[in-house]
Design a protein around this ligand. Structure first.
Ligand SMILES: Cc1ncc(COP(=O)(O)O)c(C=O)c1O
Length: 373
């Protein structure tokens, strides 16, 4: 089965929902967007104008997003991957350069580095947070290192101070972390630039979509120049990575709802923390800045087996990272990443999860964890 970073999960979840609708199995999907009437009306308003490509709504969304995070500039893109590609290009990164990324992440990061012809250097994670370990990153730097891409994985802020201390430009990857904070400031505001993904099941969505933000207006201007190819005086290899007004119309409403989304995620996480506290499992760090895009449990045993057990009971669970990047590249080592990949299980957490679903999930999980102990 071909399974991309997020798309395969969504496809499986859709299948699960179809089964649910047909009454065969009552499955709680691993992830699901939270959409309502306001999104439908917002899209309808754009459709009624007939201006459905990149236009005013995209520009409004960029401005609203930059204001929300308190940064100078933002540029919408067609995906988080496109955002990463363009930011690397705009920073002038290319052949002969090296970019450090974690191994424990989806292939979008590896692809973006490959797109610009740079060499990806894979680094280890801190086993307590699943985020990049600055000590390990330090050992992998060279005179060719031009950037470190720092995901705030599962919505938990990475060790930004430790990484900034390495004096290499940082691109924050907030694809899973809209609204998370580090030292009371939004993640995405610490590096040279940051990227976001608005894929269907992300913290907030536009269906597909992404954003680059930065306090450097120059950098964002370069991103905007590169994301569209037409009406240019000079030829450069450029792209068609634009977002449409239809997508931005969804994004505007989702951004309005972001505080409610984050509160709900944190409330659900708190219920899980209480319910699973006594099983000796590795629960997510209780960090005030965490937004719990994923609720990831370190099991101390193979996650695949437990995922199947819970799936059979109607709980959509998954390894949160499909395959670590060092495996694709046939690199040895990466002990912490291997360990995390082996044992980490992600259970459903999203704003549209009903109280009944949460109760059922807690019930099934506690029963399974008890049997495991
Ligand atoms: C950490 C991270 N970075 C980047 C991306 C790429 O985003 P997109 O799927 O919008 O291209 C993802 C997507 O799942 C992600 O999880």
């Amino acid at each position: 089965m071909k399974r991309g970073c997020a798309a395969w999960k969504y496809k499986n979840e859709n299948n699960a929902m179809m089964k649910q609708r047909s009454g065969k199995t009552k499955i709680i999907p691993h992830s699901r967007p939270t959409l309502g009437q306001a999104e439908i009306e917002s899209v309808s308003r754009v459709m009624a104008t007939s201006h459905i490509a990149q236009g005013q709504v995209v520009y409004d969304f960029e401005q609203a997003f930059a204001e929300y995070l308190g940064v100078k500039s933002a540029a919408c893109t067609s995906s988080g991957t496109a955002a990463l590609h363009l930011v690397l290009k705009a920073m002038g990164i290319g052949e002969q350069d090296e970019v450090v990324i974690p191994s424990y992440v989806c292939t979008a990061l590896l692809n973006s580095v490959e797109y610009v012809g740079a060499k990806p250097i894979l680094a280890e994670i801190d086993p307590d947070t699943y985020n990049l370990d600055p000590k390990d990153v330090k050992g992998r730097l060279s005179s060719r290192t031009k950037a470190i891409i720092v995901p705030h994985l599962f919505g938990l802020p990475a060790d930004i101070d430790g990484l900034l201390a390495l004096n290499i430009p940082i691109i924050e990857d907030c694809a899973q972390a809209v609204g998370s904070t580090y030292r009371q400031h939004f993640t995405g505001t610490f590096g040279k630039a940051a990227i976001f993904s608005f894929y269907a099941t992300k913290v907030m969505t536009t269906g597909e979509g992404g954003m680059v933000i930065s306090n450097s207006k120059d950098l964002i201007d370069r991103v905007k120049d590169l994301r569209e190819y037409d009406h240019k005086d000079e030829y450069l290899v450029r792209y068609n990575y634009k977002m449409t007004d239809i997508h931005a119309a969804i994004g505007m409403v989702q951004l309005d709802r972001i505080k409610t989304f984050l509160r709900r995620r944190r409330d659900i996480a708190e219920l899980y923390n209480q319910a699973f506290d006594s099983f000796g499992l590795q629960l997510p760090p209780q960090n005030k800045g965490h937004i719990y895009y994923r609720y990831v449990i370190g099991l101390g045993t193979d996650a695949e087996v437990l995922a199947k057990t819970l799936q059979n009971q109607g709980i959509g669970c998954a390894r949160p990272v499909f395959l670590p990047l060092h495996r694709y590249l046939n690199l040895k080592g990466y002990y912490q990443t291997e360990n995390a990949w082996e044992q980490a299980l992600s259970i459903p957490i999203y704003p549209s999860l009903s109280t009944q679903d949460i109760d059922r999930l807690i019930d099934r999980c506690t029963e399974t964890f008890r049997k495991m102990a």
